[in-house]
Structures are given as C-alpha cells and as structure tokens.
Design a protein around this ligand. Structure first.
Ligand code: NAD
Ligand code: TDX
Length: 334
C-alpha cells in the first residue's frame, strides 16, 4: 500500500509514521508536511531512510493532486492545531484546516483514493462537569474556538464529499493526546519542560477544566483499525476513558518531579475556554474491536516525562519562543 500521510512531522503524525514503519512492512509511506513552527524534521529521524518526505503545503492543489495520484490511501493529520494560537490569529487556521482539506478532497475525488480524516472532539463544544452524557457520533456540532470551528468546517466538507461525490472517506474525532514529540506549547509538554527548567507550572483559570487523555499510540492504532475495517462515510469517536482535570494533571507532574503540591501558578484563563470534553467510543470498540493499551495515565505521564528529560535537544530550541508568546497574554492571578 502506498500511503500519503499529511502532517507527518507533527506530534501525532510522526508517531503514526513510526508505528506504521515498525508494524507494517507492506506500507510505503510518503509524508507531506509544510514544516511550520509545529513541524520538526527531527521527529522523523528514526525512520528517515524508510520513508519519502515531501516539503509542501496541503493547500497547494497541483502538488497534492500529483501526490494523491500516486497513492492508494491518504491519512490527513496536517493542521494548525493550537487553540491559543487560533485566538491570536485565526488566518492560518482557515487556510490550512479548511482550504487544505478542500484541496485533498478534490484530489482524492479525482483519483478515487481512500481518505481518512483526522479530527477532534472539540467540534462538539464542551460539557458541564456533572453532565452524565458524553460525546457520541450523533452529538451536534458546536465549536467554540477558531481552531475547533475550522476543524468542524473541514469535517463537514468531508461528509459532503463522501455523500455527494462518493469519496471513499472515514472520519475520526479523538480526545486530547499525550506522549513523545508533542510541541512544548501544549499543556503537558509545557508543564514538563517548565519543571525540568525549575519553573512553576501554569494553570489557566480555576484548573477545573477536564480533558479526556489518550496516549498517542492508542489514537494511531485506532486510525489503522478504521482504515482497515471502518465503514465508508462513517465517523468514529476515539477515546480511552481518560478524564482528568487540569489541576490533577499538574499535581501528578509535581509529584513525579518531587516538588510541593502547591508549587504552581494560576494564570489568566483562555477566552472561551471549553470546560470539559468526554468521549463515548462504544462504536469503535464494539463495531471494530479496538481497545486502548495504555490504561494507567500516571505511568503514561511518567514515561512522557522521561522522554522529555532524555530528548532535550528535540524541544529546547522551541521553548523560549513558546514562552515568549505566552508571556504576551498571560499574567499570574493566584
Ligand atoms: P501538530 O501541530 O503537532 O502538527 C501539525 C503538523 O502539520 C506539523 O508538522 C505542521 O508542520 C503540519 N502542517 C501545518 N500546516 C500545514 C500545511 N498547510 N501543509 C502541510 N503541513 C502542514 O498537530 P498534532 O497535535 O499532531 O495534530 C494532528 C492532527 O490531529 C490535527 O488535525 C489535529 O486537529 C488532530 N487532533 C489533535 C489532538 C491533540 O490532542 N493534539 C487531538 C485530536 C485531534
Ligand atoms: O499552560 C497551559 N495551562 C493550562 O491550564 C496550557 C497550554 C493549557 N492549559 C489548559 C487548557 C486546556 O484546558 O490545559 C488544557 C489542555 O490545553 P491544550 O494542550 O492547549 O489542549 P486543548 O486546548 O484541550 O486542545 C488539544 O486537544 C484537542 C489539542 O491542542 C487540539 O489540537 C486537539 O484537537
């Protein structure tokens, strides 16, 4: 199988490429990545001689058409992915997440190529802390941020191309991922690298916001399950029953670093900050037989801390600019 992976130099995409190369010798991987601030060629170093890398933009119709024509399937990870950045400047989010997806859809339509679309649980908006319902495939879309609005838009394009043009597409909406190679702007790597540097972790608002954490390898195993066994036109929610509030995540990290439990700062909240995400992944589990392998969040976090300690050369160059961007909008409130 010739597989085109967009965004393969990013966090989830790079882990997907590593997993694919390690487990599927019959798959020939081509990565298309624009190497934005979030993309890192080094993330693909361990598999560099086993894949083809193309430096380019998913919104470049001519390039995408050529690459898709030479592929049997596409997995589309490439996106602008950070909520805080989308609040500062939504422009690249509309361009990459909407126009980039449009460009891929036109190409897979023209060449009748199988397409899997990577999306997020954020398209469903948020839940109250005590809401007994979790997100399912039929929850109405209700995005809050420019990031989630552009991801929702891209999902709707995929659904329309599947229905109206018969594009052989599946979609997945996953919850918050953690693991190696995640950019230091994101919550868990930001706090881990702060702690490595002896800086206090920073919690937005009350710290009561809940995210439904899943290890990146479990997400990627689910993507392969859907590629191989999913029904065309169908959406699958991916989640590992990993709800934890942000305050607890910081508490666990402080413990792992041997620091005092109150050794953190509350800072200005994110505007429009979603309160809680929670995924019901029954369809994926019962219809396709997927189950997560990482069941203990604390030991998953411990391994992730070890990875950041052991791979400082991977993240160090980005730490200062990420913190500078936060300093512009963030102040300590408690
Ligand atoms: P990331 O920001 O770490 O990586 C994104 C990658 O896409 C980078 O390598 C970047 O260079 C590349 N890219 C950006 N714009 C591009 C363009 N115009 N053309 C080509 N490449 C471009 O993101 P991530 O966290 O790995 O997320 C990957 C996908 O998974 C995204 O679609 C995101 O919406 C989705 N997702 C992420 C999470 C999460 O917790 N991180 C959860 C659910 C879904
Ligand atoms: O310093 C911080 N302090 C803090 O309290 C940062 C960076 C974040 N937070 C909070 C905000 C969220 O409640 O932590 C939580 C997680 O924040 P992010 O890592 O920015 O993730 P989130 O906004 O939940 O979105 C992520 O999951 C869904 C990914 O970035 C998206 O790409 C994905 O779609």
């Amino acid at each position: 199988m010739r597989l085109l992976v967009t965004g393969g130099a990013g966090f989830i995409g790079a882990n997907f490429v590593h997993q694919t190369v390690a487990e599927r010798s019959d798959v020939q991987v081509t990565v298309l990545d624009a190497l934005t601030y979030a993309g890192n060629r080094q993330s693909l170093d361990p598999v560099a001689d086993r894949i083809e890398f193309v430096h380019g933009d998913v919104a470049d119709f001519a390039l995408v058409d050529r690459l898709v024509a030479g592929s049997d399937a596409v997995v589309h990870f490439a996106a602008e992915s950070h909520n805080d950045n989308s609040l500062a400047d939504p422009t690249p989010f509309v361009q990459t997440n909407v126009m980039g997806t449009f460009s891929l859809l036109q190409a897979v339509r023209a060449h009748d190529v199988r397409y899997h679309h990577i999306s997020t649980d954020e398209v469903y908006g948020d839940l109250e802390l005590d809401d007994p319902e979790r997100f399912t495939e039929s929850t109405p879309y209700n995005p809050s941020s420019p990031y989630s609005a552009t991801k929702a838009s891209s999902d709707l394009l995929v659904r329309a191309w599947a229905r109206s043009f018969g594009v052989r597409a599946t979609l997945s909406n996953c919850s918050n991922n953690y693991g190696p190679y995640q950019h230091v702007e994101k919550f868990i790597p930001r706090q881990i690298t702060n702690l490595i540097d002896g800086v206090r972790p920073r919690l937005y608002g009350s710290g009561k916001n809940v995210r439904d954490w899943i290890h990146v390898d479990d997400h990627n195993a689910a993507v392969w399950t859907i590629l191989e066994k999913g029904s065309l036109g169908q959406t699958y929610l991916i989640g590992a029953d990993g709800e934890v509030d942000n305050r607890t995540v910081v508490g666990t990290l402080l413990e792992l670093f041997g620091r005092d439990a109150d050794d953190f700062d509350f800072v200005t909240d994110r505007p429009g900050h979603d309160l809680r995400y929670a995924i019901d992944s029954t369809r994926l589990r019962t219809e396709l037989g997927w189950t997560p392998q990482y069941k203990d969040f604390r030991s998953g976090l411990e391994a992730t801390v070890r990875w950041y300690r052991d791979n400082e050369s991977w993240w160090r160059a980005q730490k200062e600019s990420a913190e500078k961007a936060y300093a512009a909008s963030e102040s300590v409130i408690g």
